[in-house]
Design a protein around this ligand. Structure first.
Ligand code: DX5
Ligand code: ZN
Length: 226
């Protein structure tokens, strides 16, 4: 198993000093940044899109991992890749032609991934496993940071890992939603190779030493996941 990776979800950063928070996560030693792109149609929330990805791109060479929760993933995938995203995941229930969309993401130079919401069965992505570099297993319903981890995800994660093993692939599994120092070790043991953490890094920090607190949280998560 190659090294486990931790991605900071920037949607949970403090928007009054966004770039500072992004820098703090980078300096704390995360392996990449996770951009939750929401359009208010696919999910009941709106975040940001290509302009923000482009604005953050000069800050770091770390991989930018885009998670598209949008009704028109083809269009937005193209835009965020142009803005500098290196990995792009789309949801099968967004509709359209999944295989073609994934092929197009690769053609545009990014690594394609497919994201599974909690209520969506594994079978939805079984036949595109050969077309993706990673699977996002979501442990909260998409739309918001800071939600509570849905326990049935653990069983689903195990089944996902088993499906990948059976197909003889080394597809990575990115666990997304409600990840904390308390559950990350168990999730790694159940088969997650990579993790997204939003609230666990950025929420509830005192005004002073915000960067320091974020760094300490990243350190704790890393220690527990490896
Ligand atoms: C939810 C997003 C997640 C979220 C994670 O729709 O896909 O990436 O930002 O945030 P936490 O870690 O706070 O659950
Ligand atoms: Zn996400």
């Amino acid at each position: 198993m190659s090294k486990r990776r931790l991605f900071a979800s920037v949607m949970a950063a403090d928007y009054t000093c966004f770039a500072e928070d992004v820098r703090a996560a980078v300096e704390a030693g995360v392996d990449g940044l996770h951009f939750d792109i929401m359009d208010g149609v696919f999910v009941p929330n709106i975040t940001f899109g290509r302009d923000l990805v482009a604005a953050m791109r000069p800050l770091t060479d770390l991989p930018f991992n885009a998670h598209l929760m949008v009704a028109k993933p083809d269009l937005i995938a193209e835009q965020v890749i142009e803005a500098g995203a290196n990995q792009v995941a789309i949801h099968p229930e967004a509709g359209g032609q999944l295989q073609r969309s994934l092929a197009r993401i690769r053609e545009l130079g990014a690594q394609p991934g497919v994201a599974l919401s909690p209520g969506v069965p594994l079978e939805m992505i079984e036949w595109v496993l050969d077309d993706v570099d990673y699977v996002v297993v979501m442990s909260v319903d998409p739309g918001f940071s800071g939600q509570t981890f849905i326990p049935s995800t653990k069983q689903k994660l195990q089944k996902m890992a088993e499906m990948i093993r059976q197909r003889g692939r080394d597809t990575r599994i990115l666990l997304d939603g409600g990840v904390s120092p308390d559950n990350i070790a168990e999730l790694a043991q159940l088969g997650a190779t990579d993790f997204v953490a939003g609230g666990a890094i950025f929420y509830n920090r005192p005004d002073m030493d915000r960067a320091k607190v974020a760094a300490e949280r990243v350190r704790q998560l890393r220690e527990a996941m490896s």
